[in-house]
Write a protein that binds this ligand. Structure first.
Ligand SMILES: [Fe+2]
Ligand SMILES: [Fe+2]
Length: 192
């Protein structure tokens, strides 16, 4: 016995406004499956960071893995370890606001605290270099008193800025994949 969805694999419309309930139910079915593949696609994007901007002693992928390794070894929460792994995932397509991009990717699946740390890490990280460009290294001061101010300083100081070391004992990507799967298969927006 075949039902409609077994026979049909695309919508009838060529303009969205002409779609009907059947079309949109079909698409919802596709979307559910697609969302479940998010973790795999993120791992693919992460692997692409192996050929990102040069200049450092390690690739962006190695930096990301080191940051996550340090978070894990400091007993950070599971979502914070995954956030550490993905915090620079926006580097390739949003080099001017990569922090915001990573925060948006994480937002449906993590706490506001984790999202905020990732969103602001670029600004906080400027503390380490902005003065060498004649700019204000203390941009982060505008957040003094914010509930996640200290946590973001700690993220940058202990994990992010420290993770450019070619001799560090970095945990391989394959060991983090189950955790990425776990976080991105959570019920989205559970905190809203
Ligand atoms: Fe960053
Ligand atoms: Fe980073």
């Amino acid at each position: 016995m075949y039902n409609y969805f077994m026979l049909k694999n695309e919508v009838k419309f060529i303009e969205m406004k002409d779609g009907d309930k059947e079309d949109y139910e079909l698409l919802a079915n596709f979307e559910d499956k697609y969302i479940k593949g998010t973790a795999d696609r993120l791992v693919r994007v992460l692997k692409g960071l192996d050929n990102s901007m040069g200049g450092y002693k390690v690739s962006r992928l190695e930096h990301s893995l080191q940051t996550a390794s340090r978070a894990l070894r400091d007993n950070a929460s599971e979502e914070m370890i995954v956030a550490s792994l993905l915090h620079d995932i926006g580097d390739e397509i949003a080099p001017l606001n990569h922090s915001e991009l990573a925060a948006a990717v994480l937002k449906p699946f993590v706490s506001e605290k984790t999202r905020w740390i990732v969103e602001q890490h670029g600004l906080f990280q400027a503390y380490y270099y902005n003065h060498y460009y004649g700019k204000d290294r203390n941009l982060r001061d505008k957040f003094i008193g914010h509930e996640f101010y200290k946590d973001t300083i700690n993220f940058c100081e202990k994990w992010d800025q420290a993770s450019f070391d070619p001799s560090y004992d970095t945990i391989p990507l394959k060991d983090f994949i189950p955790l990425v799967q776990k976080i991105f298969n959570r019920q989205p927006y559970r905190n809203l």
